[in-house]
Design a protein around this ligand. Structure first.
Ligand code: FAD
Ligand code: MG
Ligand code: MG
Length: 313
């Protein structure tokens, strides 16, 4: 039930926040401390600024989700905050939470099916629907329809939507000047954009997601760092072994910064979890480049995150 997964996400977040960063190895401790602050800021946006203005339980808010690492991080934090919001709504009741009905059975989410994505990414999206109890609106697949038009169609089906959560970060293209709560641009259908993840950097994303022990999209394990269309996305060249590209310095990717997070993950099995790479994808990826690649989280330089994106043909 959504209730159980919201509680679990609350527990993941609380567990991360209670890591004694001072007792962790020098580099990881530093990232963990920063990530703890990033989580607290996102929680404040959600609990104090957003849920007080739009009711997350009555359809005011939808969540834009494509299975990528950023919106998955935000989803975990968002669901944890839903649990907290539920608890605060029954505060003062003489009965414990187990005697109150959680007001939502599925989380309203929206996916714009525009690009030719990898089958693995598509399969991960479907797995997320089951794991996180998403009620997923999928736009009609049509590459000629741009994103604003796709959201216009979405709003005709879900006119109750007043605001949409987006896992965009300042480091994303055109992300620099975005704000946590803002209206859409004039050329877009009008609704509020809720962007509580803007201030997160790549290291913080990996640290939290690897610690969660949640299953991630399998493409990341193969050396992808950013998921785009199957026609213009390859594994990140900075992660290629053993002959890295020219401007690469070994220190940047020779090891994972997140060994501590993996060994001490919330799931308790000291492992990473991914959905299975689809066979067609595997053939395509290996045919393009037979080299081995480090997993995506060996790369923590925000500027290099999209180095695996080719110019659009
Ligand atoms: P990514 O890291 O791939 O995506 C960032 C986030 O966007 C994801 O975490 C996810 O929440 C969402 N997202 C990306 N792709 C999809 C998808 N196919 N289906 C569902 N969600 C997805 N740009 C403007 O210039 N003006 C606007 O007013 C504006 N409004 C937007 C409103 C919404 C609801 C969304 C989802 C996007 C909007 N955008 C707008 C575009 C946005 O700023 C990003 O450029 C866009 O999300 C693509 O991100 P990315 O691929 O660069 O990064
Ligand atoms: Mg992203
Ligand atoms: Mg994208």
């Amino acid at each position: 039930m959504l209730q159980d997964v919201a509680l679990n996400c609350f527990n993941i977040t609380q567990s991360y926040l209670s890591i004694d960063a001072g007792n962790v190895l020098a580099t990881s401790g530093h990232v963990i401390r920063q990530t703890q602050e990033a989580i607290q800021t996102s929680r404040q946006y959600l609990l104090q600024d957003i849920f007080t203005r739009w009711d997350p339980f009555n359809g005011d808010i939808s969540f834009s989700y494509n299975g990528g690492k950023d919106c998955q991080v935000l989803l975990i934090i968002y669901l944890g905050c839903l649990w907290e919001f539920f608890l605060s709504s029954i505060e003062g009741s003489q009965y414990g939470p187990q005697f109150h009905k959680f007001p939502l059975q599925q989380l309203p989410t929206v996916y714009i099916d525009q690009e030719d994505t990898f089958d693995t990414a598509q399969e991960f999206l479907q797995a997320s629907v089951d794991r996180y109890y998403l009620s997923l609106y999928e736009s009609a697949k049509d590459k000629k329809i741009d994103m604003p038009s796709a959201f216009e169609s979405f709003l005709t089906v879900h006119p109750e939507t007043e605001a949409i959560v987006i896992g965009v970060r300042h480091a994303d293209p055109f992300g620099e000047s975005l704000r946590p709560i803002q209206k859409t641009d004039p050329s877009w259908p009008q609704f509020y954009r809720l962007q509580p993840l803007l201030h997160w950097n790549l290291s913080q994303i990996w640290s939290f997601l690897l610690y969660s022990g949640e299953e991630m999209c399998g493409l990341y394990e193969m050396g992808f760092t950013s998921l785009g269309s199957v026609n213009n996305t390859v594994r990140n060249p900075y992660l290629r072994v053993p002959e890295p590209i020219a401007s690469f310095t070994k220190a940047d990717t020779k090891h994972s910064d997140f060994q501590w997070e993996i060994e001490n993950n919330f799931r308790g099995d000291s492992k990473t979890h991914f959905n299975k790479i689809n066979e067609t994808d595997l053939t395509k990826i290996r045919n393009h480049d037979a080299s081995e690649f480090h997993p995506g989280w060996y790369l923590t330089k925000d500027e290099w995150e999209r180095a695996g994106r080719l110019a659009k043909k």
